[in-house]
Ligand binder design. Structure first.
Ligand SMILES: NC(=O)c1ccc[n+]([C@@H]2O[C@H](COP(=O)([O-])OP(=O)(O)OC[C@H]3O[C@@H](n4cnc5c(N)ncnc54)[C@H](O)[C@@H]3O)[C@@H](O)[C@H]2O)c1
Length: 274
C-alpha cells in the first residue's frame, strides 16, 4: 500500500459515523479517506466525544468538522446533515460504523434479555442506518452516485452464542441495507455492508468471550483475521468510483472465515496429532 495513497477519493465529501479512539474501525477509515483526498465530517454521540480522542482525529484529517449526533435521533441527524451541507454541499459518501448492545455490555444471556435494552440495541445498531439514510435524503444532502457503507459481522448469518442480541441487530442491519438499496438505485446511490473479522476495539472487546471468538476465527481463516487497517482499505474501494455497480451486498472481509468448515489448525487444537 502506498503511503501517499491513490487519490481515489479526490474531490469527494462525506460523513463518517463512529470513530471513538485510534482502535475504532471508523478511525482507520477516516485516516484512509483523508489520505485519498476526501473531505468529511466525523460524528459521534456527546459522551464519546468526551471519552474518546475525536478532536485528535479531526486535527489529523485537515480540521475535519466534528459533529455531535446520536444516530438514533432524527432531529439530531437532520441538524448534522444540514450543517454538513452548508459546509461541503451535497455528500458523496456515508460510513455507518456504529454498534452498541446494553444486553451484551451488561452480560445478559440471550435467554434472559432486557427488552428495553433489546430495543435500544436494534435502534442504535440497525435502525440508525435507516434513519441516517432517510434523514440525509430529506435534507437533500446526498449526491447521485453516492456510496453508503455500514459495518456488519457474520453473527448475522450464523450463531455465535456470546454475540447475544447483536446477531439479531446485524441481521436487521443487512436486511435494511437491501431494502434501502432497492429504493436508492433510481438515484444512482449504492449501499453495502462489510462483514468484518473480530477486531480488537472498544465495541469488540466489550463482548464476553471476545478473545475466544477472535482466536477461533484467526485459526479458521486461511488468511487470518482482517485488521481494522485492512478493513479501512476495503471500505475505501467501496467509497471510490471503482465499485459503482456494487449495491445491496454483504461483503465478507474476514480472511476466508465465512467459507471454512474446519481447518488443520482447529483440528490439531482439538485432537493434537492423533
Ligand atoms: N470489533 C469487531 O470485532 C467488529 C467486527 C465486525 C463488525 N464490527 C462493527 O464495526 C462497527 C464499529 O465498531 P468498532 O469495532 O470500531 O467499535 P467502536 O466502539 O470503536 O465503535 C462503535 C461506535 O459506535 C458509537 N455509537 C454508539 N451508540 C451510538 C449512537 N447512538 N449514535 C452514534 N454513534 C454511536 C460509539 O460511540 C463508537 O464510537 C460496529 O458496527 C461494529 O458492530 C465490529
Amino acid at each position: 500500500m502506498s503511503s501517499n495513497g491513490f487519490n481515489l477519493l479526490q474531490g469527494k465529501k462525506g460523513i463518517i459515523f463512529g470513530p471513538l479512539d485510534d482502535k475504532s474501525i471508523a478511525w482507520k477509515i477516516a485516516e484512509v479517506a483523508y489520505r485519498e483526498g476526501a473531505e468529511f465530517g466525523i460524528s459521534n454521540i456527546k459522551v464519546a466525544l468526551r471519552m474518546g480522542q475525536i478532536d485528535e482525529l479531526a486535527k489529523k484529517c485537515g480540521d475535519a468538522p466534528v459533529i455531535v449526533c446520536d444516530a438514533s435521533n432524527n432531529e439530531q441527524l437532520d441538524a448534522a446533515f444540514t450543517q454538513l451541507k452548508e459546509k461541503f454541499g451535497k455528500l458523496d459518501f456515508i460510513v455507518h460504523s456504529i454498534g452498541m448492545s446494553p444486553n451484551v455490555r451488561k452480560k445478559k444471556d440471550y435467554m434472559d434479555l432486557n427488552y428495553d435494552w433489546f430495543h435500544k440495541t436494534l435502534d442504535v445498531s440497525a435502525l440508525s442506518l435507516h434513519r441516517v439514510v432517510t434523514q440525509a435524503l430529506k435534507a437533500d444532502a446526498l449526491n447521485g452516485g453516492a456510496s453508503i457503507v455500514a459495518l456488519s459481522y457474520i453473527g448475522a448469518q450464523r450463531i455465535f452464542t456470546k454475540y447475544g442480541d447483536m446477531g439479531d441487530a446485524k441481521a436487521l442491519l443487512e436486511s435494511v441495507t437491501r431494502s434501502l438499496g432497492s429504493r436508492l438505485g433510481e438515484r444512482g446511490i449504492r449501499i453495502n455492508t462489510i462483514s468484518q473479522s473480530p477486531t480488537v476495539t472498544t465495541a469488540g472487546s466489550g463482548i464476553v468471550g471476545f478473545n475466544a471468538m477472535y482466536d477461533f476465527a484467526e485459526k479458521l481463516s486461511p488468511l487470518g483475521n482482517a485488521s481494522a487497517d485492512e478493513c479501512a482499505d476495503y471500505v475505501l474501494t467501496l467509497l471510490s468510483d471503482l465499485t459503482r455497480k456494487v449495491t445491496m451486498q454483504n461483503l465478507y472481509h474476514d480472511g476466508g472465515f465465512s467459507s471454512m468448515g474446519i481447518s488443520d489448525a482447529i483440528f490439531e487444537m482439538m485432537y493434537g496429532d492423533k
